[in-house]
Design a protein around this ligand. Sequence first.
Ligand code: ADP
Ligand code: MG
Length: 354
Amino acid sequence: MTTVTFDSVRRTYPGADRPAVAGLDLHIADGELLVLVGPSGCGKSTTLRMLAGLDQNDDGRILIGDRDVTNIPPKDRDIAMVFQNYALYPHMSVADNMAFALRLAKVSKAERDSRVAKVADMLDLTPYLNRKPKALSGGQRQRVAMGRAIVRSPQVFCMDEPLSNLDAKMRVRTRTDIAALQAELGVTTVYVTHDQVEAMTLGARVAVMRDGELQQVDTPLALYDRPANEFVAGFIGSPQMNLLSGVAGENGIRVGGALIPLRTTARGPVTVGVRPEDWQITTDADGLDLAVTLVEKLGSDSYLYGMSELDGTTRTVVVRAPARTTTLKGDGLRLVPDPERVHLFDAVTGVRIN
Ligand code: ADP
Ligand code: MG
């Protein structure tokens, strides 16, 4: 059982004009499952690879527990990685794949067999122990890859987009399995994904990264309710939060025809964030006019997409509506946001204001 600490960790690849990871500070508690999420290319894999020792940080320190592992080779870090491409040995049985690292570590045959049997049971892989990987489904292969990491009983698991190769249904099932298994084993885990839904459902804490820089580390709900900046606001949640230009004054915030009665010390241009579910449709004179261009009926809800005139430009706005909405394409609506649920960001820096 252990913690993981990134202390001002930096990595610039040779020839790159900016760092892939730019001074990362992050502490992961003992037994925690931390999810690192961000768009492709933001530095997630580099972060994991540095933790595992597969890539060398050129500044800062990485600690596992109290031990500075910055200059320790991968094999001495006691970390097990699970990748997107399962990288199983095709000519070996499931049992041999799972036992491979133990054999390298000179663990006795009896001990290997007993550990593999126990983990196979945990992962429902017992009937497949003698099969070769090619005779398994994608989900089963992914479980073998997990099993191979688990039998080593490492101090830390690193998982890099482990579900990306699975179809949508299998991904959801395996995601639940991973969460349950991680909780049961209590092994400190860093889980990387570009999928914000996966991040929100899996992590007790989620770290959002962009362009090599950590944006916010928080619980899924806190990220959703109080995003630290416009980037996190837009990245977390689907459909995306509406981010509209507004003007803050003494009486509130004006967005198009709507005056939001919100007290703020901000004055002048601001970015106003409204989640699709936080609009109300109104018949009042004041409101943001929307010309509906698309009605998406999902069964549980509907989403109305439309155009609004703001600051002389036409902006797309999305509104959540009841499942059986009678609104049609071509309709005009007037919207006001729930003032309690409005997010304000600095128009220039994008940083949260209130
Ligand atoms: P992510 O996993 O979030 O998609 P990566 O950590 O793989 O992002 O990459 C971060 C940045 O570093 C990207 O701009 C990528 O192009 C660059 N990069 C990653 N690996 C290498 C490498 N081996 N050599 C040079 N640049 C790399
Ligand atoms: Mg990656």
